[in-house]
Design a protein around this ligand. Structure first.
Ligand code: AMP
Ligand code: MN
Ligand code: MN
Length: 329
């Protein structure tokens, strides 16, 4: 990002009284962590500006494992956000449809600054703080916070660390570099309880989650001939399974991390039925196959190793057939 871009960001931020920060729908730790980190930094630097953080899901449910993030007092449900912000900033969203029910409000705002790291960013913003080499949006958010001359404190660092560990798979994925670890070191220097943060994010769920996981795993299928013999493992998590166990949708998200362990399969796919009956699809690859290409062709996006889309069809057999067709092409 050259200086002219940062200068535009400065001017837009300085001149805005009401700033709305948005993560993508069904936010993960990177989307919500980055938005809250910048929200806290803006509040610190400009205490008199109106700062709201939201995402376009209705009903507005903060995923259980993100509820203890600092700065959640800045969160406002879509129905309650100020309808005419002077500036919108989006986090971890590569296209405007990822803003869900807040899309129109954002489109009508005088300016949108995009903070992101997707190669599939489609250019929807007025100013793009997009670094496709960054392993998480949190890395770009950190640079923005520095450019706003805000010194990291433990609350901001907790939000950034949440984004960083979420998108790097706790520093295991290929996007991780020495710089990533230095950044993590700077965050730890603020004194954050990184062990508690990771436990809350990855290693904590209600007892009934074990049953949900058991059902999903028992239904898993290995299709060895898929993706030119590289192999695909897939499963389905019906909404009924979740509802019977009293579990919210966000508890389905970590299941892909278990399914993708199957070493015979290059690609893992989980079809996640939401409460409206739509099938949201998560895909992971081990590096040979670029799943973002598959997701993009089916109306979604993502990264080489992790991508997703919301299916046009509600029939799991049809959806998995369309994924296979793309993998086999
Ligand atoms: P997930 O499997 O939901 O964790 O998503 C993995 C990655 O795929 C995310 O980081 C997003 O970049 C991308 N992604 C997931 N769903 C969509 C979608 N409906 N549209 C665009 N990108 C998506
Ligand atoms: Mn994300
Ligand atoms: Mn991300």
């Amino acid at each position: 990002m050259d200086n002219a871009v940062w200068q535009r960001v400065h001017t837009l931020v300085e001149n805005a009284n009401r700033i709305l920060l948005l993560g993508h729908v069904a936010p993960d730790g990177d989307a919500l962590g980055s938005a809250l980190a910048v929200g806290l930094a803006l509040k610190k630097r400009f205490p008199r500006k109106g700062i709201e953080v939201s995402f376009g899901d209705e009903p507005f449910v903060v995923p259980a494992n993100l509820q203890s993030l600092p700065g959640t007092d800045l969160l406002v449900a879509p129905a309650d956000v100020h309808p005419e912000p002077d500036l919108v900033m989006t986090f971890d969203a590569s296209s405007i449809d990822r803003l869900g029910t807040l899309r129109e409000l954002a489109e009508n705002a005088p300016a949108i600054i995009v903070v992101d790291h997707h190669a599939s960013y489609d250019g929807f913003g007025d100013v793009a703080l997009v670094d496709v080499k960054a392993p998480a949006t949190a890395v770009v958010a950190d640079e923005l916070i520095g450019r706003l001359s805000v010194v990291l404190d433990a609350d901001i660092a907790t939000c950034l660390y949440t984004g960083l560990v979420t998108d790097t798979g706790s520093f295991r994925y290929a996007g991780t570099t020495a710089k990533t670890h230095s950044f993590a070191g700077r965050l730890l220097d603020t004194g954050i309880p990184f062990d508690e943060i990771s436990r809350e994010l990855f290693d904590s769920a209600p007892f009934n989650y074990l049953s949900l996981l058991g059902g999903a795993l028992s239904r898993a299928e290995l299709v060895q001939e898929a993706a030119h013999g590289e192999g695909m493992v897939w499963t389905l998590v019906p909404a009924g399974d979740r509802q019977a166990l009293g579990l919210a949708f966000d508890l389905v998200e970590p299941i892909i991390d278990i399914v993708r362990k199957a070493s015979e399969a290059e690609v893992a796919v989980v079809l996640k039925e939401d409460d409206e009956g739509a099938l949201r699809v998560s895909m992971r690859s081990k590096g040979e196959v670029d799943v973002s290409l598959v997701a993009s062709r089916l109306g979604g996006g993502g990264h080489r190793y992790a991508a997703g889309f919301t299916a046009d069809s509600t029939d799991p057999a049809q959806v998995i057939a369309s994924v296979r067709e793309q993998l086999d092409s």
